[in-house]
Design a protein around this ligand. Structure first.
Ligand SMILES: [Cu+2]
Length: 127
């Protein structure tokens, strides 16, 4: 739990206005690379991206969460019964304070919200 690799992460305040106009879309996040928290879950629960893609987590609710990579076990009720952070990513997530991480190596990366035991997700990184 001690390793909080803030340096690896980019935190951007998406809620702040840039003052720019003329953008084609008001959506600031690409749904193909964004995970949004909703009803105490990560949506989508599994996101597949190519290696080198920056994934962004956005708080879609007013609740504080974390994005914590690591392994976990889930009980029959869908709640985590054990969690083991791997130290890669462990960042607080709240409205207006997105968390981003670039996955450079192919693989299956499991993560969770350390506060809410029902919030578990997977990033699948393809070559
Ligand atoms: Cu949470």
């Amino acid at each position: 739990m001690a390793a909080v690799l803030v340096a690896l992460l980019l935190v951007s305040a998406c809620g702040s206005s840039s003052g720019k106009s003329g953008s084609a879309s008001t959506a600031k996040h690409d749904s193909a690379t964004t995970v949004t928290t909703k009803l105490l879950s990560f949506m989508p629960g599994t996101l597949t991206v190519k290696a080198g893609t920056k994934v962004t987590w956005v708080a879609g609710d007013g609740i504080g969460h974390t994005v914590t990579t690591g392994t976990f076990t889930v009980g029959s009720d869908g709640l985590r019964t054990a969690q083991h952070p791997d130290g890669k990513v462990n960042m607080p997530l709240s409205k207006g304070h997105d968390v981003s991480y670039t996955f450079t190596k192919p693989g299956k990366y499991t993560y969770y919200c350390s506060i809410h035991h029902g919030m578990n997700g997977v990033i699948v990184v393809t070559p």
